[in-house]
Design a protein around this ligand. Structure first.
Ligand code: 5RP
Length: 237
């Protein structure tokens, strides 16, 4: 039995090697990034100077509790680096994200960063995206209609719940999890999802990752450099 938390810790801590003094850093969300934030705080206590934008209220609370300096987009136009987790990574470095429900802010932050470093344990590497249900953030208004339109794209769609109530994102929206099984054409699917009224954002992160750090059960971190491809969602270099 592998201890996944060890693999997450390996990848999370390695990510902080890419942080340099003076950087504005985006902090992702989830259990893997948790290790990165803890390591980052250690380096800050040792003298590293960084300012961070968190992608969720949970991450914000953690960062504050560890004494990290926070900023927002009124103070900085772009970020030097973002470190974030993922639920699936395919061989082209395309991602499914949003298992924790923070996908909207995560995408805004990733798209505003010069470099996106993704941290995963090896179980997140897949040949094709889609076994992990694709999270889609939607407006609460008319979510039933949005869900039916998502199902017409070929998935079984379920409203995410917590404690018997709809799960609410940090932005006051709902999440619909779309069970596709396998996504053969991620870019086309992303375009089709984005066209549905009521959809706020999907958890498909295409052409956004620059580097993927993979915690391996051999106790090493594999570094996968992603081919640089233009993405209309990224800031111009
Ligand atoms: C949250 C995310 C997370 O990065 C993703 O769910 C991975 O989480 P974990 O590191 O806990 O496995 O996208 O919206």
């Amino acid at each position: 039995m592998i201890d996944l938390s060890q693999l997450k810790r390996l990848a999370g801590e390695r990510a902080v090697d890419y942080v340099q003094s003076g950087m504005a850093v985006g902090l992702g969300s989830g259990s893997t990034v948790f290790y990165a934030i803890q390591r980052l705080a250690e380096r800050v206590r040792a003298g590293l100077e960084v300012r961070c934008i968190p992608t969720s209220l949970v991450t914000e609370r953690l960062a504050r509790s560890l004494g990290l300096r926070l900023l927002d987009f009124s103070e900085v136009a772009e970020l030097d680096l973002v470190i974030d987790g993922a639920d699936e990574v395919d061989p082209n470095c395309n991602l499914v994200k949003g298992g924790g429900g923070a996908l909207l802010r995560e995408k805004v932050v990733a798209a505003a960063a010069r470099r996106v470093v993704i941290l995963v344990d090896e179980t997140k590497l897949v040949g094709r995206l889609g076994a992990f249900p694709l999270p889609v953030e939607v407006l609460p208004f008319g979510w039933q209609v949005t869900l039916r339109r998502l199902e017409r794209l070929g998935c079984r769609a379920t409203l995410r719940e917590r404690g018997g109530e709809p799960f609410l994102t940090d932005n006051g929206n709902f999440i619909i999890d779309c069970h596709f099984g396998e996504i053969s054409a991620p870019a086309e699917l992303e375009r089709e999802i984005d066209l549905i009224p009521g959809v706020v954002e999907s958890g498909l992160f295409l052409n956004l990752a620059d580097l993927v750090l993979v915690g391996r059960r051999e106790g090493i971190v594999e570094e996968i450099t992603c081919r640089a491809r233009p993405s209309p969602q990224r800031l111009p270099a």
